[in-house]
Design a protein around this ligand. Structure first.
Ligand SMILES: Cc1cc2nc3c(=O)[nH]c(=O)nc-3n(C[C@H](O)[C@H](O)[C@H](O)COP(=O)(O)OP(=O)(O)OC[C@H]3O[C@@H](n4cnc5c(N)ncnc54)[C@H](O)[C@@H]3O)c2cc1C
Length: 644
């Protein structure tokens, strides 16, 4: 961006209010200075100093502050740990009764207007708003990642994962939840859960206004993004040329097909669970909130096995706070098992191994589930379509002005524009009903190299060797990507403690492609082949769509495009969709009312309680779990009062 353009923007901003001017300043910093200087942290090398520098622009503006909500007492009816979708919903619903007091504790720091810009989602996941986990090396997966470790971002701050996620709003198939009910989990069938899904939603999509499958009037806005490339329309047309319909994939009658992306956003800006559920109720005197506060232990009486509070650390100081009724752990599928294990709830042998006295022996941390995928399918095109970083930077002034002034334009895009659901030849092995897809294909209006290797590659942890060999030669070209996602993985991983230090990161063993029948790998390869076929249809061929055929360096000895090559590609660029779930599963760690088995006064409510992963991006389920948990808690209070 030239000096002249910066001055022109500054002149124009003189007529705007202070908030808008600050936004523009920060956008310039975020888009021009940080990317141009290459300061964005590299997962492996970044020092704390560099990370602080990269986050500096983000500190400049604050849209909400929770400072005034800091607890003035140390006793509450309920303590909720974690402000992800589930935790925020619970805190909101419980404090609707003004006689009920709740303390919401969150380890991350406050968000701001920059975290709300949809297109910046890969950047946010490289900052301190993510826990920045990674996986243990396995020798046969994540081979193209730095140190053969797949990065695993996880949200940290008001909104949890919704502070940095791609906002994709999908629910999955009714059978996903009916399976839960068939496992004996009373109250968890699709029919029983649909009202909870709808309760959170305020669907603002005109063409869905008549649908009984979408909620209206809830706190969370669901929209189509205002910006879409013409490529996305032709991707839907590519699907049609194979006989797929354009569908509303959240309508269970039309799950298979191609649909425009539905997002948790309001008027082109990210809407986090905290924006939707906590910000509007900050004036409730019965709600206390503490940010930047990390819970390190659940306080449990070892004799009665009753939870009575938690210990948290804030700015180096420890605080004990007490729950008159319950502690509710909503710290996410990594945070919740981590905290339970630290508190003596988990596999007894593992706890003893790390020096923790077991209180209850439960399979906490087992059953880690994730939708595996492969993000390497980049298709270059001959036309100026899609999102190219250099193009964006050249137009930063109008782009920023359109976002700031009108909430429109490319910054309102999360990058993903269409979701498509297909059924491979292996689907019968997993989901016999022919109405259920087994692979999701995400259409992305950019390629691995369209940001010149500045963001995507870093957020996916791709090694310099792989990027430089395969993608760098294609820099400067417009492109799109299709990302296949395995919807019903059979493989399972686990989360364990590294040691008894509550501040150590947990050990994450992803377990990808460990299912003995190899169905996960076979299915994903079929998904890749379908994606490649779609790009050859006339609607996409007219852009000159051409799959990047430079092989991954470690796969170059294999014939490109063969099944063997795709297996090598999957093992090299083993990517996931950050849908970690199942680590405190219903039926084994918690009961169907989300109470931790064998402990009184303690529930877990978040994505960790999911027993089998739905064929959906997980946030909608996490909101639903929050809604359901709030009802279960209130019902149990009511019931206990009656029998007393
Ligand atoms: C990069 C990324 C992209 C994603 N994209 C999508 C998408 O497009 N669509 C979709 O549906 N899903 C997406 N997801 C997943 C989705 O955001 C999560 O499934 C969802 O947020 C899970 O909600 P949760 O309530 O279980 O927990 P989380 O959202 O993980 O929230 C847990 C909260 O607890 C806090 N916490 C943890 N430990 C402690 C502790 N000891 N003390 C205090 N606080 C603690 C964390 O900081 C966090 O704020 C994405 C996730 C990521 C990371």
């Amino acid at each position: 961006m030239s000096e002249k353009e910066v001055l022109s923007l500054a002149r124009r901003s003189a007529t705007m209010n202070l908030r808008s001017k600050m936004e523009i300043t920060v956008i310039l910093l975020a888009f021009v200075i940080i990317p141009a200087s290459g300061v964005i942290p590299d997962m492996a090398k970044t020092t704390a100093k560099l990370r602080r520098l990269a986050e500096l622009p983000f500190q400049l503006t604050k849209s909400v502050t929770y400072r005034d909500k800091f607890p003035k007492t140390n006793k509450f009816d309920y303590i909720v740990v974690g402000s992800g979708p589930s935790g925020c919903v619970i805190a909101n619903r419980l404090t609707a009764d003004d006689s009920t007091s709740v303390l919401l504790i969150e380890a991350g720091k406050e968000d701001n207007m920059i975290t709300d810009i949809p297109l910046l989602n890969p950047l946010i996941s490289l900052t301190g708003w993510s826990w920045n986990y990674d996986t243990v090396p396995t020798n046969d997966t994540c081979l193209g990642m730095t140190h053969e470790r797949c990065p695993w971002p996880s949200g940290k701050g008001p909104g949890g994962g919704t502070i940095l996620n791609a906002m994709i709003w999908t629910r999955g198939n009714p059978l996903d939840y009916d399976r839960w009910a068939q496992m004996g989990l009373a109250g968890w069938s699709y029919e029983e859960l649909l009202p909870y899904f709808k309760r959170s939603e305020n669907t603002r999509i005109a063409e869905l206004s008549g649908s009984e499958y979408h909620g209206r009037g809830g706190p969370l806005s669901i929209e189509y993004p205002p910006f879409r490339t013409r490529l996305s329309r032709d991707y839907i047309n590519a699907g049609k040329s194979y006989g797929f319909q354009e569908v509303d994939y959240n309508d269970p009658r039309s799950h298979i097909g191609f649909g425009k992306i539905q997002l948790s956003m309001e008027d082109g800006e990210r809407m986090t669970s905290a924006t939707a559920f906590i910000k509007p109720i900050l004036n409730r005197p019965n709600l206390s909130v503490t940010m930047d506060s990390r819970v390190i232990k659940i306080l449990i009486d070892p004799k009665t096995k009753a939870a009575y509070g938690v210990r948290y650390v804030r700015k180096g100081k420890e605080y004990d706070v007490f729950a008159r009724k319950e502690v509710i752990v909503s710290a996410g599928a990594f945070g919740s098992p981590h905290l339970l294990l630290l508190s003596g709830i988990g596999p007894a042998r593992h706890l003893r191994d790390v020096g923790i006295r077991p209180i209850v022996d439960l399979p906490v941390g087992e059953n880690l589930m994730e939708h595996q995928g492969m993000h390497g399918l980049t298709f270059t095109i001959d036309t100026a379509d899609g999102i190219l970083l250099t193009d964006l930077l050249e137009n930063i002034v109008p782009v920023s002005a359109t976002y700031v002034g009108k909430n429109r334009g490319v910054l309102t895009s999360p990058g993903c524009e269409v979701i498509s659901y297909v059924r491979t030849k292996y689907a019968n092995l997993t989901m016999p009903a022919d109405t259920v897809p087994d692979v999701e294909l995400l259409f992305i209006s950019g390629g691995m190299q369209t940001d010149d290797g500045r963001l995507f590659r870093k957020s996916f942890g791709i090694s310099d060797e792989l990027y430089d060999y395969t993608y760098k030669p294609h820099e400067g070209r417009f492109a799109f990507s299709i990302w296949p996602m395995l919807m019903y993985p059979r493989s399972r991983g686990r989360v364990r403690l590294k040691d008894d230090n509550p501040l150590s990161k947990p050990i994450i063993d992803h377990g990808f492609f460990t299912d003995p029948q190899n169905v996960d790998m076979l299915t994903l390869i079929e998904g890749i082949k379908i994606a490649v076929m779609l790009a050859k249809t006339p609607p996409l061929r007219k852009y000159g769509a051409d799959l990047v055929k430079t092989p991954f360096p470690n796969c170059r000895h294999i014939q490109f495009g063969s099944d063997e090559y795709w297996e090598c590609a999957v093992r090299t660029m083993s990517t996931q969709f950050h849908h970690q779930s199942g680590t405190c599963a219903m039926g084994s760690v918690v009961d169907s009312r989300l109470r931790v088995i064998g402990v009184q006064g303690l529930r877990v409510a978040d994505a960790s309680v999911i027993p089998t992963i739905p064929g959906a991006h997980i946030q909608a389920a996490a909101y639903m779990i929050g809604e359901k948990a709030a009802d279960l808690i209130r019902e149990d209070v009511f019931y206990n009062n009656i029998i007393r």
